[in-house]
Design a protein around this ligand. Structure first.
Ligand code: PGA
Length: 256
């Protein structure tokens, strides 16, 4: 009994070794899915036996516990968390609660959170440093709007978001960055392969701190374009919304 308690507490405080993976495929289910959907999805999903790929499924928070009991060569991530540990914050979910469920990843600063729920980069930074304290890997999203892109401001916007959203405690062992152009999310539009690779290079070169960070691309990744995007030299994986809701498409994305 004592031994098992010790083993449990050791397991809980260990963070995933993100640098042991060559690529990441993160399914962002957003506000979709129910028990029936999850059962069907997991019954049909074929996860590659290749352990160098890290597959992460991020359901809505009420299904985190259900899905983590069905883990089979994949990890589970949350889509958001509170920057507060506890207290009078009705409707929020704490890092402690995620840690109790052994959740390994947490998407933070998604453009939908920034735009629809007024999250600022400062909020994202506070949340990121909090999840790191709880040994959960933040997947910090940054990206420019169409207007910003058209005005040639992409790099300025990304610089500012990187400076303000990534906390001091972040390093390449405990934090992942996701570049998601806002105009590419759910639209079927993507930057060219060259643009994606260049922007990822810009992020990695932004300051020496980010040099070895894993940088994922997100925005209209699908079964047809995932392979060529993830094969780019500066791309370490993908954050997938719409196409991650279809088990055939997601299987193809993670298999290629
Ligand atoms: P999409 O969404 O793949 O449907 O464009 C990506 C995301 O929002 O993370």
């Amino acid at each position: 009994m004592v031994a098992s308690i010790i083993i449990l507490s050791i397991r809980e405080i260990i963070m995933i070794k993100i640098n042991s993976f060559s690529s990441f495929f993160v399914a962002n289910w957003k506000l979709n899915g129910d028990f029936k959907f999850i059962d069907q999805f997991l019954d049909n999903l074929q996860v590659p036996s290749d352990n160098s790929k890290c597959i992460v499924i991020c359901p809505t928070s009420t299904y985190l516990d259900y899905i983590r009991h069905k883990k089979n060569n994949f990890y589970v991530g949350a889509q958001n968390v509170s920057e507060h540990e506890k207290g009078a914050y009705t409707g929020e979910i704490s890092c402690n609660a995620l840690s109790d469920l052994n959740i390994d990843f947490c998407i933070l600063g998604h453009s939908e959170r920034r735009q629809l729920f007024n999250e600022t980069s400062t909020d994202v930074s506070l949340k990121s440093s909090k999840v790191i304290e709880f040994k959960i890997v933040p997947i910090v999203c940054i990206g420019e709007t169409l207007e910003e892109k058209e005005n040639g401001k992409t790099n300025n916007i990304l610089s500012q978001q990187l400076e303000d959203s990534i906390p001091v405690s972040s390093n390449s062992d405990n934090t992942i960055i996701a570049y998601e152009p806002v105009w590419a999310i759910g639209t079927g539009l993507t930057p060219t392969l060259e643009e994606i690779n260049k922007t990822h290079q810009f992020i990695k070169n932004h300051n020496t701190k980010f040099e070895n960070f894993k940088v994922l691309y997100g925005g209209s990744v699908n079964a047809n374009n995932a392979n060529e995007i993830v094969s780019l030299s500066n791309v370490d994986g993908a954050l997938i919304g719409g196409a991650s809701l279809n088990y055939d498409d997601f299987t193809k994305i993670i298999k290629d």
